[in-house]
Ligand binder design. Structure first.
Ligand code: ZN
Length: 295
């Protein structure tokens, strides 16, 4: 197909002196899109999440701490608080909601949002401040969508997402991790979690996770690149650029063959001795390009 993929991002998502790749790389992915993909991908400024929206997924204590910087101890739980950090996470959480609505209307979209799936209702964790995946899912359900599937292929488990959405019968989670961090368990058949130890098993587990989500009315793809063997945080030996390219192709094939609207978030992806920020951008472009092929 030859449409233009819409990806939500604006300068308001960027942070001065970003403390980690989570808050640093969205600007670099946006620059790459502007430089090399303007014929296939358009960047659209998101509407920041409102306080009322944030209160559907988080406690007022957490929302107010991040919004105001007070009390400073709580506000700096995930990253040292600053006005640009607060503006960034509030805006990129809105980007996820906008990507969901755009995907429901046009088939596919994305948000240059990272740092979502470890955030719980009452507090953020693991570089994640607000859970934009949860806001995206609840927005879709509120808009009348029957069921939402969340494919979480970040290196780490999405325990925050499960804690917020796991009891919602209209949400199905399929989580393929390569790390024990933020593990969750559920007795509900609608959820699926796998932890890969051997890279040889990785793509097979992704296929199982996708099969598990067959039948949902919307897919949220938490497209973490931190399983890559070069990442200092999360990386599993044997998971290469080629493996992650194949993963993104599998996800796109599933979206195409099932006709399911889908929105992606960047999620994890970290430098290592042999992996530069530019390399991380290359990896996230695998997701952007796979989704650009859907529209
Ligand atoms: Zn991760």
């Amino acid at each position: 197909m030859s449409g233009i993929l819409t990806v939500f991002h604006s300068a308001a998502c960027d942070v001065e002196n970003p403390p980690r790749e989570t808050l640093e790389k969205p600007r670099h992915v946006a620059e790459r899109i502007r430089r090399d993909r303007s014929h296939r991908v358009q960047l659209v400024a998101p509407t920041p999440a409102s306080r009322d929206e944030l209160l559907t997924i988080h406690t007022s204590e957490w929302v107010d701490a991040i919004s105001t910087g007070e009390p400073v101890g709580l506000a700096s739980e995930v990253f040292a608080w600053s006005e640009s950090y607060a503006r960034s996470v509030i805006t990129s959480t809105g980007a996820m909601r906008d990507a969901v609505r755009h995907a429901l209307a046009h088939g596919a979209a994305g948000a240059l949002a990272a740092g979502l799936h470890h955030a719980r209702a009452e507090i953020g964790a693991g570089y994640c401040t607000f859970n934009g995946l949860a806001l995206g899912a609840l927005t879709a359900l509120d808009d009348g969508v029957g069921s939402v599937g969340i494919l979480d292929v970040d290196a780490h488990n999405g325990g925050g997402t499960h804690s917020i959405l796991g009891s919602n019968p209209a949400v199905r989670i399929a989580d393929v991790s390569v790390s024990p961090y933020d593990r969750w368990s559920s007795t509900a058949d609608r959820h699926h979690r796998a932890q890969v130890i051997d890279a040889e098993d990785y793509l097979g587990e992704v296929a199982v996770a996708l099969e598990h989500l067959r039948g949902v009315d919307l897919l949220l793809h938490n497209a973490g690149m931190d399983p890559h063997e070069g990442c200092d945080v999360g990386g599993l030996p044997g998971i290469t650029d080629t493996v992650l390219a194949e993963r993104e192709r599998m996800v796109a094939d599933w979206i195409r063959s099932t006709g399911t609207p889908a929105a992606f978030a960047l999620a994890g992806g970290y430098r290592g001795p042999e992996l530069t920020l530019d390399d991380i951008v290359d990896l996230h472009m695998l997701t952007v390009d796979a989704f650009a092929g859907l529209v």
